[in-house]
Ligand binder design. Sequence first.
Ligand SMILES: [Zn+2]
Length: 340
Amino acid sequence: MSARNTAFAFLTLALSPLVHADLVVLQYHHVSDATPPSTSTSESLFEAQLEMLGDLELEVVHLLEGTRKALEEGATRNSVALTFDDAYESVYTTAAPLLAARDYPFTIFVNTDAVGRPGYMTWDQLEELASREGVTLANHSTDHGHLARKPDEPKDQWQQRIEHSLDGAQRELEQRLGVDTPLFAYPYGEFDAALEDHLSDRGWYGYSQHSGPIGEYSAPTRLPRFPMANAYGRLDRLKDKLLSRAFPVDAGDLPDGVITDNPPVLEFALPEDLSTSGLTCFASGMGRIDIESVGDGMIRVQAPAAFNSRRFRYNCTHPAGDGRFYWLSQPWLDLGQPED
Ligand SMILES: [Zn+2]
């Protein structure tokens, strides 16, 4: 871009109200009626979800391009990116043809050790998909391990485990398929701050499994995605998700989610133009929870009872105008609970 064009673009931005549109990333595993319901989206629901993207005239974009744009640039409409974790067979047999028919790009996060096992795609199938326009293959670790450092794990041992898991998968994708994208999905959506540093060092984006759109307030190594398995992807709640806006609180200021207290406390600064009375927060399995104003615009949220699971969330929304919602999701991780 010439200096003159840059100046012009800057002037245009400065003169127009900068409406920041966000990227909504949908997260799938199986698209099938025959796989475990908790990680599956039925074929009919999947088709109905795609139908809704068309009805809302949302642009379906490449994950990398869409993420960069959502973090850095202004736009006026939300866009959507579709992602599939674990490279299951039904993505090849069922989802891919439906997406190809609509020319929708999508990304598959591959845990490389599982490729070729029963129920998973083969390297040949992945190679064929990789050659198609609009299909991105990306890193989901080698072994699908729990990658946050375990409470009793020596640091150097953890470092070695992480390097094998992150770099081993990246290398294998590159050697076998010629793929090298800076996209990583945390297995189980689990991460801690030290793992985020490993991603930052590599210049990778890290996608988790807490809900919410990606926007200017998001942090590159803890990017949210909306889970779309049957129980979460219901059509009656999908529109709010597709049109949601990133909550105006810097995600980098929120905790990494590894809990020290149970139930954990979430504190954040509510921007002046939002009101405590408009804020609604929910905790996993507990429904709506209380919000407390603790002065200086700070909000304090804490569930009323301890959680007995490894992963859970606090989700908060606030009206954003035009029937849309700001959406904040805080993932929590209890490393004291057994791994799945
Ligand atoms: Zn996975």
